[in-house]
Design a protein around this ligand. Structure first.
Ligand code: AHM
Ligand code: MG
Length: 335
């Protein structure tokens, strides 16, 4: 069997975006071009990661602390800058906001022509980089409707229904991009020999129930009773399997394909959990709902949660419908 059969459908990402919107409307053109730039950022990050262990000055910490109080890794900085530089040249995005930047980053040349904002986590699960395991990038696109008068991004403090598109890139054995523009969830694999993301699977549907539960059980004694009771329930019932890699994108990707639930509940030290709403939980919630799954903060859909600040956190329960509802039922019982 030839490696690349000519019969194989080589749908590229930008063509796929246009096909879904089935029009040459300005929005279709814009989203297609934006996705193309995200794909370019993904290729640049993937290339750097693939050589990370071989190059001096790629691994480890910079010595700085970010706005979240976390030590900054060199790969975080590199990937953050990659997204900025690919969008500087695009003319489409006026503003970027990420986990690594205190305030949104403006590209004045693109305002007000490119009135889109890109929200992103450049390297999710960065502790995995140093041990040569999978990491990811998460992104969401929002239309910028109001002026951001003080440059703090207060106009971004809206719920997740405002997202026009969202997705992630997982840097695993292969690099895969999974996205949605509100018409289902589709995955693309990076073919390094072509330098293109090629359609892998269209209209991914998450099973209504799955075996995986994915959470950091080291936090058991920091959880409240509801989450502890849920965990005890899982331990006492057959058919569950635990998977947790310390990198959200990979854990969610597994659940998207096989079903199950990922939880990052509030803890004593972090009552709102660890994950940030605007560029981690909300984009993944958009994607998982588009695949027929569910995402909740325990009490209501993640997409309904309005952040009170740019880097706001929220508890996250996400995955198969039935499994998320089960966790919610434990939380509601303890209200
Ligand atoms: P990061 O974006 O700073 O890497 O943090 C997010 C990561 C997630 O990928 C992962 O699910 C979580 O942090 C793991 O946290 P913990 O080590 O507390 O279980
Ligand atoms: Mg992250």
């Amino acid at each position: 069997v030839p490696e690349h059969s000519l019969e194989r459908d080589c749908t590229t990402l930008s063509r796929h975006v246009l096909q879904q919107l089935q029009s040459f409307s300005p929005e279709a053109q814009d989203l297609s071009a934006i996705m193309n730039r995200i794909a370019l950022a993904g290729k640049l990050v993937a290339r750097r990661l693939s050589r990370a262990g071989l190059m001096a000055d790629v691994l480890g910490f910079t010595g700085e602390t970010n706005v979240q109080g976390e030590s900054v890794k060199k790969m975080d900085v590199y990937a953050n800058d990659v997204f900025i530089s690919v969008f500087k040249q695009s003319g489409l995005v006026c503003r970027l906001a990420s986990e690594e930047m205190d305030k949104p980053y403006y590209i004045p040349e693109n305002c007000p022509i490119g009135r889109y904002t890109l929200l992103y986590d450049p390297i999710d699960g960065s502790s995995n980089v140093d041990i040569n395991l999978n990491v990811g990038s998460i992104f969401a696109i929002r239309q910028q409707k109001e002026d951001d008068l003080d440059g703090e991004g207060n106009d971004l403090l809206k719920d997740g229904h405002e997202q026009l598109a969202a997705g992630y890139i997982v840097y695993g054995p292969s690099t895969m991009l999974v996205y949605s523009i509100g018409h289902g969830v589709h995955s693309f694999l990076l073919d390094p020999s072509l330098g293109e993301f090629i359609l892998a699977q269209e209209n991914i549907q998450i099973p209504d129930h799955g075996p995986v539960y994915s959470t950091n059980e080291g936090n058991f004694w920091q959880w409240d009773d509801a989450i502890r009771d849920y965990t005890r329930y899982v331990h006492r019932h057959e058919g569950y399997t635990a998977r947790y890699s310390g990198a959200l994108v990979g854990d969610i990707h597994r659940i998207l394909m096989q079903g199950g639930v990922f939880l990052y509940p509030g803890t004593v030290k972090k009552p709102e959990g660890k994950l940030r709403l605007l560029y981690e939980s909300a984009p993944l919630a958009f994607l998982v709902e588009q695949a027929g799954g569910k995402a909740s903060n325990g009490l209501k859909p993640i997409l309904d949660v309005v952040p009170d600040k740019l880097h706001a956190r929220s508890p996250l329960v996400i995955g198969s419908k039935e499994d998320v509802s089960l966790v919610e039922s434990f939380i509601q019982d303890h209200q």
